[in-house]
Design a protein around this ligand. Structure first.
Ligand code: DGL
Length: 262
């Protein structure tokens, strides 16, 4: 029995798409979520800056007693998870664009990847792409500007739809049949992506897989909680509470959102 919380961090509200999957799969676990909205977007920062921000978030979560940390951000994972694993003595779960299943199941032989510049330019991403897409055409698209617009809290703005269209439409010309979402903010755009791309494109996001992997690693390390007490969920943001709360409107379990300067 281990009642210590699972820590989760992201450059902002996007990682809540992972947090929601964790709530579904691991209802007995306590969680602490950090939305580092003040420093978003990470995707436009240098690798060293992303590592420094990941250290800051990790140390805050460790100081709050977290037993495992989910790096709920593709950009932070692809740039910083090796460093974190080497320097801190708790398990880390990361999220990377799910290129492998997209390449494996593609019938047209062309897949699209929408991710941040920080992810697309990382060594880890390059390595994975090389390994799994030998005979596949991979259309990489930097989603510059999408994260700040999502962080503004208006998922239905015309500006967001127009920008998204300029990124998705050219990929369709390459006859892609799978679109990999390589940023945890992007699952919140799925309804809009479908409007632009139609229903035939398979959209892949890895939120559920991350929750499954978290369960496996907790079990392996004997860290699963068997507590029958109601689980506690605390979310901290250094941005606006209103925006974070709005994205959590569909969550039925009890949680608290607090503003914190970190
Ligand atoms: N949610 C982050 C990711 O998965 C967004 C990165 C950013 O802040 O640019 O990459």
């Amino acid at each position: 029995m281990n009642k210590q919380p699972i820590g989760i961090f992201d450059s902002g509200i996007g990682g809540t798409s992972i947090w929601k999957e964790v709530l579904k799969l691991l209802p007995n676990e306590n969680t602490i979520y950090l939305a580092d909205s003040k420093n978003a977007p990470y995707g436009e920062k240098s690798s060293n800056e992303i590592i420094a921000l990941s250290i800051k978030n990790t140390e805050l979560l460790i100081s709050k007693g977290c037993k495992l940390i989910i790096v709920a951000c593709n950009t932070a994972t692809t740039n910083a998870i090796d460093y974190l694993r080497k320097n801190y003595n708790i398990p880390f779960i990361g999220i990377e664009p799910a290129i492998k299943p997209a390449a494996l199941y593609s019938k047209t032989g062309a897949i699209g990847i929408l991710a941040t510049k920080g992810t697309l330019s990382s060594e880890l991403f390059e390595k994975t792409t090389e390994e799994y897409t030998k005979n596949i055409t991979v259309i990489e698209q930097d989603g510059e500007g999408l994260v700040p617009l999502i962080e503004n809290g208006n998922l239905n703005s015309k500006e967001l739809f127009t920008l998204l269209s300029t990124y998705i439409k050219p990929m369709l010309n390459f006859n892609i049949d799978h679109l990999v979402l390589g940023c945890t903010h992007y699952p919140y755009l799925i309804p809009k992506i479908k409007e632009i791309a139609g229903e035939n494109i398979v959209i892949i996001d890895s939120g559920e897989a991350v929750a499954r992997q978290t369960k496996v690693i907790l079990a392996k390390n004997n860290l699963l909680s068997n507590s029958f007490e109601k689980s506690k969920h605390q979310l901290y943001t250094n941005g606006t509470i209103k925006v974070l709360s709005k994205i959590l409107e569909d969550v039925s379990v009890k949680f608290t959102v607090e503003k914190l300067d970190f």
